[in-house]
Design a protein around this ligand. Structure first.
Ligand SMILES: Cc1cc2nc3c(=O)[nH]c(=O)nc-3n(C[C@H](O)[C@H](O)[C@H](O)COP(=O)(O)OP(=O)(O)OC[C@H]3O[C@@H](n4cnc5c(N)ncnc54)[C@H](O)[C@@H]3O)c2cc1C
Length: 488
């Protein structure tokens, strides 16, 4: 397992294929420091003896100790631990821990590459290729990101129907050494600071879409790959630092006729499995959300409660009912994820067939519970921000800059006129409102809300997963019996 320092040193050797606002930058750009604070935590905490077996796991390939963010879930316990690990990390870094996309993609590809080979009756070696890649991923403790979301052009058209074939990443050439792919993947979190980019399809595919049924992994600085990066950091602090300064970054990933050797290709043309891979990554990722969203709920509840203390309104009835709302969503989301882990099996839902055995035996969370939890809690994100805004009042939106609290000409006024309750020190109140401003009134705060709503698929996609998999007919039969009806 690596240290944070070794991870950053590894990235600093990569080619400079990152672009931001007209500049070409390296991975040593200082604006990435807050992102490294977040990702680095996944190395630092995993090295602590008290977290052995929780933030680490035993590789089923090598028997060695590995970071749980590189593990393939072997049983229910692993699914439970992934959920709890995610909640813990997100509490520590104060938001998204950013490393779950890689582990979720790895679990999905591990499963589907096996079925792809089975369909091809041994003519392909996708699964063996992936296992070799995975062994290195685990042994070298690499950070992966998941490139799923395509440009998608006209949302009502399938990939092969789009006027521009690059609307979805696709294979433009196959030869004896490998494949060449073209297109772009959008909004890809942490690709700029990931060792490896895992590519999976976005959606269900039909036979005419088979060039779009492609999955592979390439290093972040691979030839032909460009990252158009946006970095999301909080306003710089000079005098009153945050306890944990987190940041994130997302990129438009451009695949400009990228060559991928066969040993890095895990699916190529098997359109049915391509569609399952899209859904399976989304499923693993929605299950991760049952760890991170409860942590966001913990953070939101703590922030609201401190804001109420600062305003002296903790005992007000409308405040208590807001706490109850946050707790209900937080713990229902956790419970849904817990159930998804507990009912996890090496099975997927197949339309018309129900749940069937799928993959080489690794564990997959139950999709109904992962989806209902994700959908319910994701849709609560903006409402929770509204509750924080209500409890806070206007103060975080226009809070004076730090400098006003140190400039002798203004410091006393700034302190006097930002202090509310006498039960909390003025300094703590100021730190709290700066923090609330970061969460709720900053560009980073807004971006995080969009990510929390859309990550793993927009709410409608979760509703489709839920309603297409849930047995509504059985519920109709239950009611027919009670109502005294017959089946028409
Ligand atoms: C901060 C952030 C981080 C992200 N990180 C990642 C990442 O690491 N990896 C990754 O792969 N993706 C990532 N995403 C992308 C995320 O998964 C997508 O935003 C999400 O899947 C929605 O896709 P979209 O943005 O294309 O919106 P759309 O899918 O276009 O959704 C817009 C609206 O159109 C509707 N719609 C779309 N298609 C149809 C249709 N056929 N019929 C009817 N209605 C339709 C949707 O329901 C929604 O209401 C990230 C997004 C954000 C905001």
């Amino acid at each position: 397992m690596r240290t944070k320092k070794q991870y950053i040193e590894g990235l600093s050797k990569m080619k400079r294929n990152l672009f931001i606002n007209g500049e070409r930058i390296g991975r040593d750009d200082e604006r990435f420091i807050p992102s490294y604070n977040v990702m680095g935590t996944t190395f630092e905490l995993a090295a602590k003896p008290e977290y052995e077996g929780f933030l680490t796991a035993t590789s089923h390939l090598t028997g060695k100790k590995i970071n749980r963010f590189t593990h393939i879930h072997q049983n229910k316990e692993d699914l439970h631990k992934k959920q709890d690990m995610t909640r813990l990390y997100c509490q520590v870094v104060g938001g998204c821990v950013q490393r779950c996309m890689g582990v979720d993609a790895a679990n999905a590809i591990y499963t589907v590459s096996y079925e792809g080979d089975k369909e091809n009756k041994g003519e392909t070696q996708y699964h063996e290729n992936f296992k070799k890649w995975l062994e290195r991923f685990q042994t070298e403790d690499l950070v992966g990101c998941c490139a799923q979301t395509d440009v998608k052009g006209d949302r009502m058209l399938r990939p092969h129907q789009q006027p521009d074939p690059d609307s979805y990443v696709h294979v433009v050439e196959k030869n004896k050494d490998g494949i060449v792919v073209s297109g772009a993947k959008l909004h890809i979190s942490e690709s700029a600071i990931a060792d490896e980019i895992l590519v999976v399809p976005t959606r269900a595919l039909v036979e005419a879409d088979k060039d779009y049924a492609v999955s592979f992994a390439i290093p972040g600085d691979w030839d032909g790959l460009k990252h158009l990066v946006t970095i999301h950091n909080f306003r710089d602090r000079k005098y009153f630092p945050k306890g944990f300064n987190s940041g994130s970054n997302d990129s438009y990933l451009i695949f400009d006729n990228v060559f991928v050797p066969w040993e890095r290709v895990f699916l190529c043309g098997e359109y049915q499995h391509g569609g399952i891979l899209a859904l399976l990554f989304a499923l693993f990722h929605r299950h991760s959300y049952s760890g991170c969203k409860p942590a966001l709920g913990d953070l939101m509840l703590g922030t609201c409660a401190l804001a109420a203390d600062a305003n002296g309104i903790s005992k007000a009835k409308h405040v208590a009912s807001k706490y109850a709302e946050i707790i209900k969503v937080t713990e229902l989301g956790y419970a849904a994820g817990f159930t998804a882990s507990e009912l996890g099996k090496p099975e997927v839902y197949m339309p018309g067939k129900g749940f069937i055995a799928y993959g080489p035996g690794n564990y997959i969370p139950h999709s109904i519970y992962a989806n209902v939890g994700r959908c319910l809690t994701g849709e609560a994100v903006f409402h929770e921000m509204e509750m924080l805004a209500d409890i806070s009042g206007g103060i975080p939106a226009t809070f004076p800059h730090e400098g006003e609290f140190v400039n002798p000409e203004t410091a006393e006024f700034a302190k006097k006129y930002t202090t509310r309750s006498s039960k909390m020190s003025s300094e703590n109140q100021a730190q709290l409102w700066r923090h609330v401003g970061d969460l709720a009134c900053s560009a980073k705060g807004g971006i995080a809300c969009f990510g929390a709503l859309h990550g793993g698929g927009s709410p409608r996609m979760e509703e489709i997963a839920i309603t297409s998999q849930y047995d509504i007919e059985t519920r109709k039969d239950i009611v027919r019996k009670i109502a005294g009806m017959t089946k028409d």
